[in-house]
Design a protein. Structure first.
Lengths: 551, 292
C-alpha cells in the first residue's frame, strides 16, 4: 500500500501521523485520570504503528506514471472489507442487545455489558462502521467511473478511510467506558467530533477535486446523492455537536443548546442523518449499481431529478415529527408532519424509478441474487418511507411513539433497505475490483439473500406486533377510568416478540457472516487466478476512453 | 456530443449521455406522480390553514380551527378526573370500613389498584406482591407495621427508614459485627429462634436452643416481644411464623443477626395522591383476603 504513494505523499503521511501521535500524547497526559487519556493512548499507539508502516515502505520504488491511466481502487477494497468487519461486529452486538431486552439479567453485572452502553455500539457500529465505510468505499468507486477521472492523489483517500475508522473505534470504545453526549446517533464526545470534522471536510474536498477533474460533461445522478450526503452530514454534525468541554483534560462536554432547543436540534440532526446518511448516500449507491447490474438504462432521468430535489427539500423540515406531543410548540409539530407527508412522493418516485429500471431485466432478478438484493432493497425503501410518512401523522404517532413500532420501522429501513442495497453493491463490486468472473460461491450469495430476507421479515413483523400491542396497552382504560395495564404488564406482553426479534437477528447476522466468508474467499482466490472481468465501459460496446491523465 | 438511442423495451429515448455504460431514459414523469404530489400538497396546505403552523415574528398562525394541544390535554385530564369522580370522590370521603363493604367500590379499587401497584410497587414487591429477598410479601397475614388499611396507608405515606420527617424507623442491630454478642451466643439464640418456627427440626440442637431462651429475653425481646411474635409499634417482625423477609434458614438468620438489617421503603406522600394511596392500602387488604 505504501508503495502506491509517491515520495511526497509518504512524507505527508509521516507528518500527519506525527501530528496525530503528538495529539494522542497530549490527550494521554492531559486526561490521565479520564477516559480521554485512554483514548489518547489509543490514538498515539495507532499513530506510531502507522508511522512504522510508512517507514518500512518508505524506500519502496515510487509508483509508475502508468498508475494514472487507471482508477485508484485500493482504498475502495479496504473500505469494503472494513464495512464487512463492522457489519459482523455491530450486528452481533445488535443481536446481543436484542437478547438483553428479552433477558435483561444477562449483563454479568459488568458496566460495559449493560444495555445502555452496548446499544450505541450497535447503532454507531452499523450506521457509521458498516454503512459509512460502505458509502465511502462505493463513492470512491462510483465517482471515479462516472466522472472518468482518477482520484486526484493517493494520500487523501487513505486519510479519509483510516481517519474515519479511527473515529468509529474511538466512538465504540468510548461507549463501553461510559463516554457519551447522550444525543442519539451523535453520542461521541467533543474530541471525536472534532476529528470527524477534519476527516469529513477532507472527504468533501476530495470529492469536489475528483469531480472537478471529470471528463464527462454531466454529473451523474449518483454523484448528486453522494455529494448531498457528504455536504449535509458535515453541516448536521457540526451544528448538533457544538459543545464546550468541561476542561481540556476531560472527555465530558456540555452542549450549546438546552431544553427544547436541544431536542429540536438533535432531531433535526437525527432525522436528516436518516435522510442524508441512510437514504441519500445509499440512493447514490443504488443509482449506480442497480442499472449496472441489471444492464438497463435508468427508467427516467426526470424522475431522478425531481426525487433528488424533493427529498433534499422536504426532509429538512421533517425532523420535528420525532417530537410530537412533547414540549415542542405545536406549530413546529404541524410543519414536521405536513412535510413528512409530502416527502412520501419523492421517496416513492425514487423507489418506483428503481423498480421500473428493472423492467426488461426481471429474469435477471430471478436468477441473480445480487440483483435481487437490490430489488428487495428498493421495495423495503418504498415500504419504510410509506410507514415513516404514516407514523409522522400526529394521531398515528400518538400510538407508535416510544413503542417498538418505531424500532420495527427503523429496521425495515436499516435491514431491508440500507443493509440489502449495501450487500448488493458489495457483491457487485468485489468481483469487479478483484478481477474475478463472479463471487467465490454464488450459492452462498443465494443463502445470504434468503437469510437476510427471512431475518428482516421476522424482525419487522415481531416489532410491528409488539409495538402495536404495547401502544394499545398503554392507552387502554378500564371502566373505572384508570389505565388498564401497568408498564410491567406491557413488558410481559412484549417478551415473546423480543425473542422472535432476536432470532430474526440471528438469521440476519448469519447471513452477514456468510457474506464475509464469501468475500474473503473471493479475494483469496483472486490472487491465484487472474481473469479479466473488468466491466467498465464494456457494457454498451463503445470504445473505452482513457482515464484522465496527469496529476 | 450525445448518443441518443431508443430503448427497445420501453420505447423511450435515452438522454444522450452515458456514464461508464449507464444510460438514462428521458421518460416523462408519469401523471399519477403529479396527481399524488398535488394531493399531498393540498393536504398540507389545508392543514396549515386549519392548524397552528407558520411562525410569524414572535407568534405563529393559529389556524382556523383554533386548535391548541395544551388546552386539549388540560381539558381531557379534567374530564377524566370528572368521570372518575363518580367513585373516586366516595373513596376520598368514606372510611375504609364503609368502602370495604361496598362491592362496586371495591371493584374499582381492584382495577385501579393493580395498575397503581404494577407501576409503583412491583419493582420491589413483585408483580403478585409476593415480595422477594429483602422485600416483604404483602399477601400474608404477617405485617411489620400492621396490616389494617389505616396502618398500611400510613406506611405508604411516610415510608420506612425513608427521607420523610415522620418516617417509620426500624433497625435490626448488627449483634455480631458490632460486638454486642459473642459468636457462641449468637449460635444459641439462633437455635432458639429457629425452634420457634421450626419446632422439632432435626438440625436444631435442643440444648443450644434452650440456652438461647434467656439470651433472647435479654437482647431481643425488647423489640420482638417476650413471645417473639413481633411488635407492630416498632416494626419488629414476628419470628414464630413461616414468613421471612431475609430467609428463615440458619444461614440467612445468622447473616441477619450478625450484620443487622435496615430495609428501606420510600415515602409516597409526594409521589402519589392521597386517593391513590388510599386505593393501594385497600387493594392490599383486598389482595390478602382474596388469597385466603
Ligand atoms: C442482526 C441484525 C440486527 C439486530 C438483531 C438489531 C437489533 C437492534 C436492537 C435490539 C435495537 C434496540 C432497540 C430498542 O432499544 O428497543 C436496535 C436499535 C437500532 N438498530 Fe439495530 N439491529 C440489527 C441490525 C441493524 C442494522 C443493519 C442497522 C442499520 C443499518 C440497525 C440500526 C439500528 C438503529 C438506527 C437503532 C436505533 C433505533 C431507535 O432508536 O429507534 N440495526 N437494533
Ligand atoms: C419518507 C421517509 C420517512 C419518514 C417520513 C419517516 C418518519 C419517521 C417517524 C415518524 C419516526 C418515528 C419518530 C418517533 O415517533 O419517535 C421515524 C423513526 C425513525 N426512522 Fe424514519 N421515516 C422515513 C424513512 C426512514 C428510512 C428510509 C429510514 C432508514 C433506515 C428511517 C430510519 C428511522 C430511524 C433510525 C428512526 C428512529 C429514530 C429514533 O431513534 O427514535 N426512516 N421515522
Amino acid at each position: 500500500m505504501i508503495g502506491e504513494l509517491t515520495k511526497s505523499e509518504r512524507q505527508g503521511a509521516l507528518l500527519i501521523l506525527l501530528a496525530l501521535a503528538v495529539t494522542g500524547l497530549a490527550m494521554a497526559v492531559g486526561g490521565s485520570n479520564d477516559p480521554l487519556g485512554t483514548h489518547g493512548t489509543l490514538v498515539m499507539v495507532v499513530a506510531i504503528v502507522g508511522t512504522f508502516a510508512v517507514i518500512t515502505g518508505y524506500y519502496a520504488p515510487e509508483p509508475p506514471e502508468s498508475r494514472l491511466d487507471s482508477y485508484y481502487d485500493t482504498p475502495t477494497k479496504f473500505g469494503i472489507v472494513a464495512a464487512m468487519v463492522w457489519a459482523v461486529i455491530a450486528m452481533a452486538v445488535g443481536d446481543w442487545v436484542a437478547w438483553l431486552l428479552a433477558f435483561p439479567e444477562w449483563t454479568f453485572d459488568a458496566a460495559w455489558a449493560s444495555f445502555g452502553r452496548l446499544r450505541p455500539v450497535h447503532t454507531s457500529g452499523v450506521i457509521f462502521g458498516f454503512g459509512g465505510n460502505a458509502l465511502i468505499a462505493t463513492s470512491f468507486y462510483v465517482m471515479q467511473r462516472t466522472s472518468r477521472a482518477r482520484l486526484p492523489d493517493q494520500l487523501s483517500p487513505w486519510f479519509v478511510l483510516f481517519g474515519y475508522n479511527l473515529f468509529c473505534v474511538i466512538a465504540a470504545t468510548g461507549y463501553l467506558m461510559g463516554v457519551t453526549q447522550s444525543k442519539e446517533y451523535a453520542e461521541p464526545e467533543w474530541y471525536a467530533d472534532i476529528w470527524l470534522v477534519i476527516v469529513w471536510v477532507t472527504y468533501f474536498v476530495l470529492y469536489l477535486r475528483t469531480l472537478n477533474r471529470r471528463k464527462e460533461p454531466h454529473i451523474y445522478v449518483s454523484n448528486w446523492y453522494y455529494m448531498a450526503f457528504i455536504l449535509v452530514v458535515a453541516m448536521l454534525h457540526i451544528v448538533n455537536n457544538l459543545a464546550v468541554p468541561i476542561s481540556w483534560g476531560s472527555a465530558k462536554s456540555y452542549s450549546l443548546f438546552a431544553g427544547v432547543q436541544d431536542a429540536m436540534t438533535e432531531w433535526w440532526y437525527g432525522h436528516n442523518a436518516v435522510a442524508f446518511f441512510l437514504t441519500s448516500g445509499f440512493l447514490g449507491m443504488m443509482y449506480y449499481y442497480m442499472p449496472k447490474r441489471a444492464g438497463r438504462p435508468i427508467y427516467s432521468y426526470r424522475m431522478s431529478i425531481i426525487s433528488f430535489w424533493g427529498i433534499t427539500f422536504f426532509y429538512m423540515w421533517a425532523g420535528s415529527h420525532h417530537l410530537h406531543y412533547t414540549a415542542l410548540p405545536q406549530w413546529v409539530q404541524s410543519l414536521g408532519m405536513t412535510f413528512s407527508v409530502m416527502l412520501l412522493v419523492p421517496s416513492w418516485v425514487s423507489a418506483g424509478n428503481a423498480l421500473m429500471t428493472l423492467n426488461g431485466a426481471w429474469h435477471k432478478v430471478r436468477d441473480d441474487a445480487v440483483l435481487r438484493f437490490m430489488m428487495v432493497a428498493a421495495v423495503f425503501y418504498g415500504l419504510s418511507t410509506f410507514e415513516g410518512s404514516f407514523m409522522a401523522i400526529r394521531p398515528v404517532n400518538a400510538l407508535s411513539h416510544y413503542t417498538d413500532w418505531t424500532v420495527g420501522h427503523v429496521h425495515a429501513g436499516a435491514l431491508g433497505w440500507v443493509a440489502m442495497i449495501t450487500f448488493g453493491a458489495i457483491y457487485a463490486s468485489v468481483p469487479w475490483l478483484w478481477k474475478r468472473d463472479g463471487m467465490y460461491s454464488a450459492k452462498l450469495v443465494e443463502a445470504h439473500f434468503w437469510l437476510s430476507l427471512a431475518g428482516t421479515i421476522i424482525y419487522v413483523f415481531a416489532m410491528w406486533n409488539s409495538g402495536i400491542i404495547q401502544g394499545l396497552m398503554w392507552r387502554t382504560y378500564n371502566e373505572s377510568g384508570t389505565l388498564a395495564y401497568s408498564f410491567v404488564d406491557s413488558l410481559i406482553a412484549m417478551h415473546p416478540y423480543y425473542i422472535a426479534r432476536a432470532i430474526g437477528g440471528v438469521f440476519f447476522l448469519l447471513g452477514a457472516i456468510i457474506g464475509f466468508y464469501n468475500i474473503w474467499m473471493t479475494i483469496r482466490t483472486a490472487s491465484q487466478a487472474q481473469s479479466q472481468a473488468e466491466p467498465d465501459y464494456s457494457a454498451v460496446g463503445i470504445e473505452i476512453p482513457a482515464v484522465q491523465p496527469g496529476r | 456530443m450525445g448518443h441518443f438511442e431508443r430503448d427497445p423495451h420501453t420505447g423511450y429515448m435515452t438522454t444522450g449521455h452515458e456514464w461508464n455504460g449507464i444510460t438514462e431514459l428521458n421518460t416523462p414523469v408519469p401523471k399519477v406522480i403529479w396527481f399524488f404530489l398535488a394531493c399531498t400538497v393540498i393536504f398540507a396546505v389545508g392543514y396549515w390553514i386549519l392548524m397552528p403552523t407558520w411562525p410569524i415574528g414572535r407568534t405563529y398562525t393559529k389556524g382556523l380551527l383554533g386548535d391548541d394541544v395544551r388546552h386539549d390535554v388540560t381539558q381531557s385530564v379534567k374530564q377524566a378526573a370528572l368521570d372518575r369522580a363518580v367513585w373516586s370522590d366516595r373513596i376520598t370521603k368514606e372510611s375504609f370500613a364503609d368502602i370495604q363493604k361496598d362491592a362496586a367500590l371495591m371493584e374499582a379499587v381492584r382495577e385501579t389498584g393493580s395498575t397503581l401497584f404494577g407501576d409503583n410497587c412491583a419493582a420491589c414487591h413483585g408483580r403478585a406482591a409476593q415480595g422477594g429477598k429483602g422485600f416483604p410479601n404483602l399477601t400474608t397475614a404477617s405485617w411489620l407495621w400492621g396490616g389494617t388499611p389505616e396502618a398500611i396507608f400510613e406506611t405508604i405515606r411516610v415510608g420506612i427508614n425513608s427521607a420523610h420527617p415522620e418516617t417509620r424507623t426500624a433497625q435490626m442491630p448488627a449483634f455480631g459485627k458490632d460486638g454486642m454478642l459473642p459468636r457462641a451466643d449468637i449460635d444459641k439464640v439462633i437455635a432458639f429462634v429457629r425452634s420457634l418456627s421450626h419446632p422439632g427440626a432435626k438440625d436444631i440442637d435442643p440444648a443450644k436452643a434452650a440456652a438461647g431462651k434467656d439470651l433472647f429475653a435479654a437482647n431481643c425481646a425488647s423489640c420482638h416481644g417476650e413471645d417473639a411474635k413481633g411488635n407492630v409499634e416498632v416494626g419488629a417482625p414476628n419470628l414464630t411464623d413461616a414468613f421471612w423477609i431475609y430467609g428463615g434458614d440458619a444461614k440467612s438468620i445468622f447473616t441477619t443477626v450478625w450484620g443487622g438489617r435496615q430495609g428501606h421503603m420510600p415515602t409516597w406522600e409526594n409521589r402519589l395522591s392521597e386517593l391513590d394511596r388510599k386505593i393501594l392500602a385497600l387493594y392490599l387488604v383486598d389482595l390478602r383476603s382474596a388469597g385466603k
